[in-house]
Design a binder for this molecule. Structure first.
Ligand SMILES: NC(=O)c1ccc[n+]([C@@H]2O[C@H](COP(=O)([O-])OP(=O)(O)OC[C@H]3O[C@@H](n4cnc5c(N)ncnc54)[C@H](O)[C@@H]3O)[C@@H](O)[C@H]2O)c1
Length: 353
């Protein structure tokens, strides 16, 4: 065997295998991208719902093995696990939009809860080093303006069908760990932003509305507060947790950067005024609309535990949001295709009188 072939043989042999569920989604695709660049042998499962887009991972398609499987299809999921072995399994697959969960909860219950159980049942039949379950900060409910931040011991108090389905899944993950000894870690990140996010979500929705000269809808008074993390920082934190986190525990992943929605819409408009000036400021497009039912006021995370693993955020919101807005300006074609398909609709909204 030549030196090069021996090196390639050894590299393949030592490669850890990682299985990513929901790898064609916004966060999952970034994680897949990082896994490939870190030389993991990467497998991706996604059922390709409206929220997916294979374009997000087209640049690594030759380096991964992709399988179109619905996690709600228990037989298929179990068959897949029986045929393959993995070191790590990471699950991003979920229905992820709160507004849609208010409009119709069935698919949220099905995918986020039953789909998770199907994955757990698959893992139960195998030996994996770690199963990373991607939950959300929303399972902890709502904070007041000056309440202390959520931490790893905060009691669950979900308010929307989305967050309740995610909370239920977390309990099942914990139960499969306790009962069957599956190595699991649950992660709760704050709101993610960055390139490739579907334009039904707040930041890309605001950018795309502004760029198409339409009203930028903001729920209620616009005072609701969210903590925002760049998707790259979130995925880096997930690798840290996957490799060095304590099995059976949970980690909160926050950036420490909180903004109320109206403030955030203004930041976007001020930047657009600078780089794509019009006669009137983009701020004129901001419109308060009727609040959504059960709208949590504030999420805020204490990230001390993940910081102890050596992780810290690298992208400040100020630079991250500029990079993100620039990306949406450059990639108008991508998101305009989504508008045509109606993916910029925020369900159940009426304009405030
Ligand atoms: N986006 C955020 O700000 C945020 C914050 C905290 C936690 N999370 C969690 O992170 C995860 C990923 O979020 P996202 O924003 O990337 O979501 P997303 O909606 O962009 O992607 C979800 C992916 O899962 C796939 N999927 C959905 N149902 C499936 C099924 N039945 N079988 C197989 N695949 C299926 C979709 O096709 C899509 O590719 C979710 O679990 C979400 O709850 C998201």
């Amino acid at each position: 065997m030549t030196g090069v072939r021996f090196y390639q043989f050894m590299k393949k042999k030592s490669q850890n295998k990682i299985l990513v569920f929901g790898g064609a989604g916004f966060i999952g695709s970034k994680f897949v991208d990082m896994a490939v660049s870190k030389h993991y042998k990467t497998y991706v499962i996604d059922s390709l719902t409206y929220a997916s887009d294979l374009e997000r991972i087209s640049h690594v398609m030759n380096d991964i093995s992709f399988f179109k499987i619905d996690i709600n299809n228990k037989k298929e999921v179990l068959k897949f696990f029986l045929k393959n072995d993995f070191d790590y399994v990471v699950n991003f697959a979920a229905e992820s939009h709160v507004d849609r969960s208010i409009d119709g909860s069935d698919i949220f219950v099905k995918t986020n809860i039953n789909g998770t159980v199907n994955i757990l049942e698959g893992i139960r039949r195998k030996k994996v080093k770690n199963y990373i379950h991607i939950s959300t900060d929303e399972v902890f409910g709502s904070l007041g303006k000056n309440s202390p931040k959520f931490n790893e011991l905060t009691r669950y108090d979900p308010k929307s069908p989305y967050s309740a389905s995610k909370a239920a899944a977390d309990h099942l993950v914990k139960a499969w760990h306790t009962t069957y000894g599956i190595p699991v870690i649950i992660t709760h990140s704050c709101n993610n932003y960055g390139p490739w996010q579907l334009i039904e979500k707040f930041i890309p929705l605001s950018i795309s509305k502004a760029l198409t000269n339409q009203n930028i809808p903001i729920y209620g008074s616009g005072k609701n507060i969210r903590e925002w993390i760049h998707v790259d920082d979130h995925c880096k934190a997930l690798f840290e947790i996957m490799l060095n986190g304590r099995v059976g525990e949970r980690y909160l992943i926050g950036s420490g950067e909180e903004f109320c929605n109206i403030e955030l819409a203004n930041i976007i408009c001020i930047y657009l005024d600078k780089v794509k000036p019009k006669k009137e400021s983009y701020k004129k497009l901001i419109k308060l609309v009727q609040d959504r039912p059960g709208h949590d006021f504030r999420y805020s995370l204490n990230s001390n535990k993940i910081k102890k693993l050596g992780w810290k955020k690298e992208i400040n919101f100020k630079s991250g949001i500029v990079e993100t807005i620039d990306w949406y300006i450059r990639n108008e074609k991508w998101w305009k295709k989504k508008i045509k398909k109606g993916f910029n609709l925020r369900v159940g909204l009426g304009e405030k009188k």
